[in-house]
Write a protein that binds this ligand. Structure first.
Ligand code: CP3
Length: 373
């Protein structure tokens, strides 16, 4: 099948001729410009590839650290967060690092009590139910209350030494609101939508606070050195087009505009949003994420040339034999058809049981099959 797995220099080796660890004076290489060029819809030597949740349980190195530390300890200790951030970078030829964190610590910073329970996922012990609960939420300076992630970004930039760019991220107001109100994951978003429909003032106040928090948090991450930021609206697909427009879009737009004022490009990610892609674009972003339920060529027709597109391999395709995986990669690259402004990614995060060798092979396939001859 003609795709080989290459050995990678470790993240700490750096490259000859690269001077100091300063984040200034970027020395341009194909690898450190691919993602940024794609965000600007400029042609690059090949399609940049990174994977959502590229650091995580499918890697033995991550599982070993998790035997000693909880996920919140990893996130809140900048040196450990950087170590995890770099694990997939040492293992695979990825075109970007994403800072290791989670979308939920900002809710803790705002006054909610957050836990990750093994086998269950995230839990908020004091979920929002009333207007008074919303009124009690703080909107702190993220540089202060989320300083561990801001510091991790500074350290990670230094460690990456301009080899590849660093991505920062935040949850979007709607996705964060759903955790804050439901207290955890949900299937039908009944409590979230109940507040939206029945307590419009509480909803508006909550989304106002979340939009301010998210915008400022993304700005702070860009100021600390994140060269691109991703806005995760993972659950926006739960909404009808009319509800998305009325109850979510204005707040997402405000947060994205605040983030863009830093100069960093914004990737607007969501899933199951084939029915509202145009609205996702209207809410903003330099790059629009699409999942595997959408044909990439159709997505381009609908979104137009004014935005770049990120996606859209089904994360479960990584469980297929390599020959099938290669066909799927080739199919996606065929739909992108060499248009500048394609970032290859999964349509959602990588799953814990994913075979590591298939991740390595995927990254190499994308770069080899998309290389400009
Ligand atoms: O992409 C990366 O590598 C950066 C790290 C990252 C994590 N979470 C680490 C993590 C990112 C970008 C996230 C985003 C996130 N977190 C989202 C949005 C993206 C998506 O997948 O939709 C959401 C909805 C969350 C909330 C969250 N965090 C859930 C639902 C869970 C539990 C999932 C599970 O499988 O247990 C988490 C925990 C979490 N966040 C893990 C990781 C690596 C697994 C925790 C562990 O080590 O046990």
């Amino acid at each position: 099948m003609g795709v080989t797995v290459r050995a990678q220099p470790s993240a700490s080796e750096g490259y000859p001729g690269q001077g100091s660890n300063s984040s200034q004076g970027l020395r341009e290489t194909p690898a450190n410009t691919r993602l940024l060029k794609a965000c600007r819809r400029e042609p690059a030597d090949c399609t940049p590839v990174w994977l959502m949740r590229q650091a995580g349980r499918y890697m033995a190195e991550y599982r070993r650290l998790r035997e000693k530390y909880t996920i919140l300890q990893l996130i809140k200790t900048p040196e450990l967060a950087v170590e995890v951030t770099l694990q997939p970078i040492s293992a695979f030829d990825l075109d970007a690092a994403i800072i290791f964190a989670d979308i939920l610590p900002p809710l803790e910073a705002m006054g909610l009590s957050l836990d990750f329970i093994r086998g269950e996922g995230p839990v908020i012990h004091n979920p929002l139910r009333s207007e008074a609960d919303v009124a009690a939420l703080r909107v702190p300076d993220p540089r202060d209350r989320l300083g561990f992630t801001i510091e991790a970004i500074r350290l990670a930039r230094r460690e990456l030494n301009e080899r590849i760019p660093l991505i920062g991220f935040s949850g979007a107001p709607f996705t964060l609101a759903s955790y804050a109100i439901e207290g955890g994951a949900t299937r039908n978003y009944v409590m979230t939508k109940r507040m939206m429909y029945n307590q419009p003032q509480a909803w508006q106040a909550l989304m106002d606070k979340l939009a301010d928090m998210v915008g400022e948090y993304l700005k702070a991450q860009a100021e600390a050195g994140a060269q691109v930021v991703q806005f995760f609206d993972s659950w926006a697909g739960a909404l009808s087009p009319a509800d998305y427009r009325r109850y979510v879009l204005p707040y997402s737009r405000r947060a994205i505009q605040a983030a863009q004022s830093s100069g960093a490009p914004v990737i607007h990610f969501s899933t199951e949003t084939a029915g509202i892609l145009e609205l996702i674009k209207e809410a903003g972003g330099d790059v629009i994420g699409v999942d595997w339920r959408v044909n990439l060529a159709d997505a381009w027709r609908r979104l137009g040339d004014g935005v770049a597109i990120q996606g859209n391999l089904d994360p479960v395709a990584l469980f297929a034999p390599l020959s099938e995986l290669e066909q799927q990669v080739d199919h996606i690259l065929g739909q992108a058809d060499g248009r500048p402004g394609h970032i290859f990614n999964l349509g959602h995060g990588i799953l814990p049981q994913t075979p590591v060798e298939h991740v390595a092979a995927l990254v190499d396939m994308v770069q080899e099959l998309s290389a400009v001859k």
